[in-house]
Design a binder for this molecule. Structure first.
Ligand SMILES: NC(=O)c1ccc[n+]([C@@H]2O[C@H](COP(=O)([O-])OP(=O)(O)OC[C@H]3O[C@@H](n4cnc5c(N)ncnc54)[C@H](OP(=O)(O)O)[C@@H]3O)[C@@H](O)[C@H]2O)c1
Length: 254
């Protein structure tokens, strides 16, 4: 039985990863701040799928908590075979209207925790000769829209580099780049999402299933759904002044 550790497992995409991985028979370590939600998820998944779920509450904007999760990933007695770095959020206001403390906290969650946890997991997995890491980025990483899109750009490029470094080690690294997905994300950020056409919204279930299929195929970049494959290709090919001028980049951010 293999074990998956998922950050941000209390809601949205992370909770969906936890559910689908339990369905596939993985034991889980679930990480987020809201311990009560994690305990409810544990009870539900253990009952429904007969797997074992460990609750590990952590605030990933806190360096000590990140280290706690890194230590769990490094523990040779309790190997973790799959890491999903998913926890994340966005800020409603543009960079200069936010307190720098809030910007720094977001960077810690979106970038530093991904960096530290990938390091701990990759070293332990490489030692054992197998494992997989999924880092949840965003198509916003191909845009130019404040700290969030810059952080997601980091996650994408960082994961590509990690995949190259891990080649032929038995360990894979995959970056998931979702577009707009129906979760608590936009409500938490105070972003309304009006004006985004229905066909641009993804469901977490199909997004996560497509990502896990891509991991099985050994893909490095996973961009589920035709509309976002096209959008991501266009954003990568367009001249940057056009990308910077984009209405979506200024208004919404997936
Ligand atoms: N939804 C979208 O349209 C979309 C699009 C592209 C990319 N993404 C990315 O997908 C990932 C998951 O987002 P989601 O859409 O599923 O959002 P969500 O429904 O709001 O869930 C976010 C998860 O992250 C956790 N989290 C937030 N801050 C945390 C912290 N400081 N420490 C630990 N956990 C924290 C939350 O748990 P607690 O509150 O319990 O801590 C929650 O489990 C994020 O990285 C996001 O950037 C989302």
């Amino acid at each position: 039985m293999s074990t998956a550790l998922i950050t941000g497992a209390s809601a949205g995409i992370g909770k969906t990863f936890a559910t689908q991985l339990a369905q596939r028979g993985h034991d889980l370590v679930v990480v987020a701040r809201n311990e009560q939600r994690l305990e409810e998820l544990k009870a539900q998944l253990e009952d429904r799928y007969s797997v074992s779920v460990e609750v590990l509450p952590a605030d990933l904007s806190d360096r000590l908590d990140i280290q706690l999760v890194a230590d769990r990933l490094s523990d040779p007695k309790r190997p973790v075979d799959l890491l999903v770095n998913n926890a994340g959020y966005g800020l409603k206001k543009p960079f200069l209207r936010n307190e720098i403390r809030d910007e720094e906290d977001m960077l810690t969650v979106l970038v530093r925790s991904v960096n530290v946890l990938s390091h701990a997991a990759a070293l332990a997995m490489r030692e054992r000769g197998h494992g997989a890491i999924i880092n949840v980025s965003s198509v916003a990483g191909f845009m130019a829209s404040g700290t969030y899109s810059a952080a997601k750009s980091y996650v994408t490029v960082f994961t590509e580099g990690l995949a190259t470094e891990l080649a032929r080690s038995g360990v894979t690294a995959t970056v998931l780049c979702p577009g707009f997905t129906r979760t608590e994300f936009h409500e938490r950020a105070g972003i309304k999402g009006h004006g985004i056409p229905d066909f641009m919204w993804l469901q977490a279930d199909s997004l996560v299933k497509a990502c896990l299929d891509d991991v099985d195929k050994g893909k490095v970049i996973s961009i589920p759904s035709a509309q976002y494959k096209i959008a991501a290709t266009a954003l990568r090919l367009l001249p940057r002044p056009i990308v910077r001028a984009g209405k979506l980049a200024r208004k919404h951010r997936p």
